[in-house]
Design a protein around this ligand. Structure first.
Ligand code: AGP
Length: 604
């Protein structure tokens, strides 16, 4: 869950490494560091505890000597977030950065200690630096020593490695966590994610797990740990369409804010070319059996909430579907119906639990599908078919526009599977939803939310409740709220409040109620009346909520435009995201990098 970056080329490396690390900071922000060649031809290491801004101050006007250089941002797993534990780690001529976990670290550490090695940190990464150094001292061959050292290692790693004796050379290895190569003119980049180098090149190659690359300026050769350097080959890059602007905040204060307002574009790009009547989601055509007897969705966090919405759409089309939290599913007996498709949903495409769940299904002979936002992600490679959402890079740790694009894709998927691929009111609603959302977002007046923000910010407890499609929206609203405001919040099915959660209700408690599901509105209103009767404050979000009912079943409301559920879910989700965003800003929290979280969770 850390972020790594490497460069080999003619530019002074430090400015580009620091700005690349800033773009990767969503992956972790406990500490950061860089290793680069100085003008005397030796490697210098600079590290700092805390955010990249602290490293940036330390780097100051230093540019580093052109050649190879590496950088890292850390999400602590082994050892506290101190300078000593910050990467890069060094051993003699070797310096490296690592994302992943070394499982046999203890055994390797003991062995190295018994051979006289002194450790400087508590990290598992440091053993790698010592192991490679030992092999290098034996062979004098940089690439060969990395391969020889890594065959002794168990665990997962993406690595970028420098050697004092080869100032232009960068070695990159992937065993598990993502690692992308960016190929420019006479220069190359490696990084955990594309936005780190998107300003320099859109030619990318995703390392496969088990691959190692030797990178010298624009020349790259890739092989595996068990093949000799002489057999390594040049990779074939593909061009990605992401706009570098996506990786910038522009005039917005935070990435999260920008990404909330990019949701309509995310919908548009995700649906484009896939929504022609008679030919929905053309990628599905070669799949058999079609349609499958049932679907099982596996996902985590926000993607799990998108899956819950997906289930509603599937069921409304008569397609049996279940939704599982990936980390639970992967350790339960697999008793789903024969012939089912198992569908992993993951923005990053790198979430370890989702990948693990899908791997289990594949081993048991089920057809696996991925829905991911990141081209070249593990999910794309490891599923039988991957449908890409086109939300563009999402930098804020709290997922926003990616959720919208997942939901849109699932709506389209339900229509394609059910054969309703000609004019239906759902298809018409979905086709119009990007434009409707755009109009809605453009009309958001920040001042309108001031009072709502004050109320939520000072509430003793905020609960989110809804029925039907409003239930996953409530869960998502609560997740967003707790992850960036740090205030306790939970989401409930509206009808479930009376079975326990209502005990929490008293004056000072606010219930946020998304109310897109018109068919269940009267039921939800009854639930909300019960809340108000016990002193709770109700904030309703929906269309056609009559002013005359204020003070009867709700206290305040945010109006959505009149329209079908298939548009309303997007607008309600945007409101929930925006409200949490505004409360977090009012509290002075770090919105884009909330504490203890990382954007892609590549550990169990
Ligand atoms: C959402 O705001 C999260 N920070 C988190 O729950 C996220 O959705 C989850 O970790 C799954 O990530 P993925 O979609 O990349 O698999």
């Amino acid at each position: 869950m850390c972020g790594i970056m490497g460069y080999s080329g003619p530019r002074p490396p430090l400015p580009l490494l620091v700005s690349g690390l800033e773009r990767l900071e969503y992956r972790g922000y406990d500490s950061s560091g860089v290793a680069f060649f100085n003008d005397r031809g030796s490697i210098d290491v600079l590290r700092a505890a805390g955010k990249v801004s602290i490293l940036k101050e330390r780097v100051g006007l230093l540019e580093g000597h052109p050649g190879a250089a590496i950088g890292h941002i850390r999400w602590a797993t082994h050892g506290a977030p101190t300078v000593e534990n910050a990467h890069p780690h060094r051993s003699g001529p070797i310096a490296l950065v690592h994302n992943g976990i070394i499982e046999n670290e203890q055994a390797l550490r003991e062995r190295l200690k018994s051979e006289g090695v002194h450790f400087q940190s508590e990290t598992d990464t440091e053993v790698l630096a010592h192991l490679i150094r030992r092999e290098y001292e034996r062979t004098g061959e940089f690439a060969d020593s990395v391969s020889k050292a890594l065959v002794q290692v168990e665990g997962s790693y993406a690595l970028a490695i420098l050697c004092q004796d080869a100032p232009a050379d960068l070695i990159a290895v992937r065993q598990g966590p993502p690692l992308i190569l960016g190929m420019g003119e006479g220069e190359s980049f490696v990084a955990s994610d594309i936005p780190a180098f998107l300003h320099f090149t859109r030619q990318v190659y995703s390392f496969q797990s088990g691959e190692i690359g030797l990178i010298r300026h624009g020349e790259v050769r890739i092989g595996t740990l068990s093949t000799p350097l002489s057999s390594w080959k040049s990779p074939v890059a593909r061009t990605i369409s992401w706009d570098p602007f996506f990786a910038e905040k522009g005039s917005y204060r935070h990435f999260m804010e920008k990404e909330i307002f990019e949701s309509s574009r995310a919908l548009m790009d995700t649906l484009a070319d896939r929504i022609a009547p008679g030919n929905l989601l053309p990628e599905l055509l070669p799949l058999a059996p079609f349609p499958p007897p049932s679907l099982t969705f596996v996902a985590c966090g926000t993607s799990w909430h998108a899956a819950l919405l997906g289930r509603s759409f599937m069921e409304s089309m008569g397609i049996p579907s279940t939704v599982e939290i990936a980390s639970e599913f992967r350790y339960r007996p697999l008793l789903i119906p024969k012939g089912s498709w198992v569908i992993g949903i993951s923005q990053s495409g790198e979430t370890a639990d989702t990948l693990g769940a899908l791997e289990l299904a594949r081993k048991e002979g089920f057809r696996t599908l991925g829905i991911s936002n990141v081209p070249g992600s593990s999910l794309e490679r490891e599923s039988d078919l991957c449908l890409l959402t086109h939300a563009g890079p999402e930098v804020g740790v709290a997922s926003t526009k990616a959720f919208h694009s997942q939901v849109a894709l699932l709506m389209l998927f339900s229509l394609a599977l059910s054969g309703r691929n000609h004019e239906t009111h759902e298809l018409a609603a979905l086709t119009r939803s990007p434009h409707r959302l755009e109009t809605f977002l453009e009309a958001i007046s920040p001042e309108r939310y001031d009072q709502v923000v004050e109320r939520l910010r000072h509430s003793r407890l905020v609960m989110f409740a809804g029925r039907g499609v409003d239930y996953p929206l409530a869960l998502e609203g609560a997740l967003k709220f707790k992850e960036i405001t740090y205030h306790p919040a939970d989401g409930y099915p509206g009808g479930e409040l009376k079975h326990g959660p209502i005990a929490l209700v008293e004056p000072g408690v606010t219930i946020v109620a998304p109310m897109v599901e018109i068919g269940l509105r009267q039921k939800e209103i009854s639930n909300l009346r019960e809340i108000r009767a016990r002193g709770g404050y109700v904030l309703a979000i929906g269309h056609s909520i009559e002013e005359s009912q204020r003070g009867i079943w709700y206290d305040d409301k945010i109006d959505l435009p009149d329209g079908p559920v298939w548009s309303g879910v997007f607008q309600a989700a945007s409101v929930l995201q925006y409200v949490s965003y505004r409360v977090a800003v009012a509290l002075g929290n770090d919105v884009d990098q909330p504490r203890n979280l990382a954007k892609s969770v590549t550990v169990e």
